[in-house]
Write a protein that binds this ligand. Sequence first.
Ligand code: ADP
Ligand code: MG
Length: 365
Amino acid sequence: MDQNKIGVFISDQRKIKGWTQSQLAKKLGVTDKAVSKWENGRSLPDLSLFPPLCSLLGITLNELFAGEKIPEENLKEKTDQILMEVIKNYLGYDKKIPEKAHTMDDSPSACNALKVCHVSKNYQTGPDAVLAVNDVSFQIPYGSFTGIMGASGSGKTTLLNLIATIDTPTSGEISVGGQCISALPEKDKAKFRRERLGFVFQEYNLLDTLTVYENIALALSLKNTAPHCKISETIQDLSKKLGITPVLDKFPYEISGGQKQRCACARAIAPNPDLILADEPTGALDSHAARALLDTFLMLRKDYGVTILMVTHDALSASYCDQILFMKNGKMETSLIRGEKSKQAFFTGILEKMAQIEGGDPYVS
Ligand code: ADP
Ligand code: MG
């Protein structure tokens, strides 16, 4: 992937739209400096920004990665090659076999999959400053399923992006599996994401040109933890558990939203990460598929000891969690622990808490 070429391409396409760097930055919710860096070939946009950037510029993802308009007849040929490069670039390469992340020493942080300590994020947009995350502290033990709730604009996605190293805190510390990530150099972030984190987003993020099997295998082969036969074994085992064995040879566009989301789960969990981050994972699913996905999370926790942090605005989804953290205006307002309560009782408790915090306003994403 040619960073300079992509930069020039972004710049050209932006000019065709008649926008300044600053106007494009505003539309994407990033700083002017970020756009300037992309256009100078000094950095690439974060993966999460690719889709909105493409739709703003009216280009396809493949064209963005290739740094040029691709004639239709060449499209198929280029697609796989480019997407593979992008994913490898995002997750990075790894030559050595990584150690298992959690070494159990006596320090309290080693018992937590995640520790967030006085974290703040301040966005400076022009003369105005937005304190999107305001002095937030909490911990998540290994094997827990934690939900983050809060009205739109309360800072949920920003917080998740900070934990995912997609964004950097203005102050405070974040540790995953005992490793402090807040000050991680840019070059080590891909390695961190690859080894320690799994992602499940609302938009599935499966590669359309790879089969379901290949999508899952990709995450494993990049991590280089297992020989080839082990990869196949892991995928077969996970697929059976997730009920996606019959669709392993299909392409993402051939399967339902619910199946796609379970594939995304398989891909997220396959490399055995310390923490799975999910941002509104049920947002695009009907209620039946949403329940199936939440049951999948419960199964992954029970059978694989997975730790999950899920942002949701939906009380029903949240009632599957064992604790809920409520955000308001960037602050961690309060929390609710399920304990021995039934799912129904916890659901009612969540609704009451939401009404208390927001004065009865329904949560909207
Ligand atoms: P939520 O996910 O809870 O809806 P967000 O984390 O997306 O909330 O946003 C929290 C606040 O931070 C909002 O006021 C939003 O406008 C602001 N914000 C988020 N991202 C940026 C950014 N890149 N630049 C400036 N402000 C931002
Ligand atoms: Mg959000």
